[in-house]
Design a protein around this ligand. Structure first.
Ligand code: FES
Length: 140
């Protein structure tokens, strides 16, 4: 038998305003928390010879892997940032014109994660990259 949260709290003896406080206080835990996202450690390797990573063989190309946007700049260097935008946490960050861009509302970030407009003011978590032959390591 399943029991919803309100029924469970009532079964424990909560009612009226006490029940309301408990129910609404728990809802606050699910609010969006501003700030950097993808807080866990990141460490993976992309094989540049893999056809799935072909976009990384040209400038301004990018792939999304393990929740990370991995890109090659116009100058040939590799950069990486979280796919989740710091504005409203949409998984919509891409790379275009040497800039990380969120396609939802237009937040923009430079390759160091610094916000370039008001929507990007919280910055974007970026990761390190290291190339060893054709193996590109992305790590925090
Ligand atoms: S969620 Fe990315 S700009 Fe709003």
């Amino acid at each position: 038998m399943t029991m919803n949260r309100a029924a469970f709290l009532k079964s424990l003896g909560f009612s009226g305003s006490a029940l309301w406080v408990l129910l609404t206080s728990c809802q606050r835990d699910t609010e969006v928390i501003p700030g950097p996202v993808t807080n866990g450690p990141v460490d993976f390797i992309l094989d540049l010879l893999d056809p799935a990573n072909a976009a990384l063989r040209r400038g301004n190309g990018y792939v999304i892997s393990n929740g990370v946007v991995v890109a090659r700049t116009m100058h040939g260097s590799f950069v990486a940032a979280t796919h989740i935008c710091s504005h409203e946490k949409n998984q919509a960050v891409i790379f275009d014109d040497n800039t990380f861009v969120c396609t939802v509302h237009g937040a923009r970030f430079d390759t160091t994660g610094k916000g370039l407009n008001s929507l990007g003011s919280r910055g974007l978590r970026v990761f390190k990259t290291a190339l060893n032959g054709t193996a590109l390591r992305v790590f925090s």
